[in-house]
Design a protein around this ligand. Sequence first.
Ligand SMILES: [Zn+2]
Length: 229
Amino acid sequence: MRPVNKGSIPKNTDGSDKKFTDYKQVKDDLRTRLGSFCSYCEMNIDNQPDIEHVSPKSKKPELETDWNNFLLACKPCNIIKDNNNANRDGYVFPDTHNTAFLYDYSILGVRVKDNLPNDVKILATATFNLVQLNRKLDTSSRTDDRALARLNAWNKAQDALKDFLELPENNAMIRQTARSCNGFFSLWIQIFKDYPEVKKAILENVSGTDMECYDENFNPKENLRRSDR
Ligand SMILES: [Zn+2]
């Protein structure tokens, strides 16, 4: 789960803070700050991004138009999460925690990493379950394409790795490889773990990645707390 920093409240042209009277007004600012990707599953949501209230608006109506309560989500993550959490307590979220090192990707899907400290694992699992991050393809209604999209990304990243290895020192190839990544960033970072230049380009190509959560080789740091949160 890509850790993000969406920055401070967007400004009006006169330099004052924007006041949102309806949460739907925030969509363009969120897309600019975070890119059109689900903050949870990292799927591309160019066509239909949902504005996600981290603390559900039904449970925390006072946060309905609060910039600090917004993320972007795909329909499945948003629908599944619904109002099942009361607030942020007991979970990790990509705008407050370093969520970069918590999950492991494979051709089989995504899972919580085995070797996490127990207290971290409990929080990582709670968020994993909150959006059912590894839910399998819903073939009957086709309402949840996350698993299929992630599998496609896995195969695309493996193909990109094969191509990259034909010209691994070539800057144009590094840029081209990074441009091939259009979501599921954490999966790509894992597949390109031995190639810092590619990881750097992937993470910097998308708005809002919190680079403080990665080390000098662009691998996820393994501390949950962030210095700025
Ligand atoms: Zn999602």
